[in-house]
Ligand binder design. Sequence first.
Ligand code: GRF
Length: 199
Amino acid sequence: KRIAVLASGRGSNFQAVIDAIAAGEIPAICVGLVTDNPRAYAIERAKAAGIPVTVVEYARFPTRAAYEDALLAAMRNCRADLFVLAGYMRILGTGIVHEFAGRMMNIHPALLPAFTGLHAQRQAIEYGVKVAGCTVHLVDEGTDTGPIVIQRCVPVLPDDDESTLADRILVEEHAALPLAVKLFCEGRLEVSGRRVRVR
Ligand code: GRF
């Protein structure tokens, strides 16, 4: 399969996918990184792995619609079977969500449906939950609302702050995301309504 990754920042989840492909764990090639951030460290990771990069910077477009058009064009150009959102920090428009329905997944650092949106780990700390984690889900029109593929959990410890909790969750993200991509690429995900079954 052909996969493409969208990332806005550090790209450690992107790296986990690159590494799993290199290790032969995922039957796929990564055909592109698309980013909205020309300073994203993810770009260095792509270059190191020989993966083509397309930058679609929001601020360079006069309107949101023009940005969305350019992003859609960049994504189509990848001709990917699966698009992986690995820390892509912009909401995707409904046009993009519809075009790639069922073949776009996102990693979110919370046990959904709790703590959607930004600063999920901080939300978990402030709420006082005792268990946190990460979710890989298919992307639908909502923010972090699509069908859940994989979740992994971690304890929240009494002395945690946002950053120590985020670090603990990140370890699980790096396992969950490559696994979800692998299952997709092996054709083992069966979606019926909200429920995703692994065959
Ligand atoms: C991760 O916590 C991911 O769950 C969230 O953004 C962060 C991205 O980290 N969506 P990285 O860029 O993959 O290192």
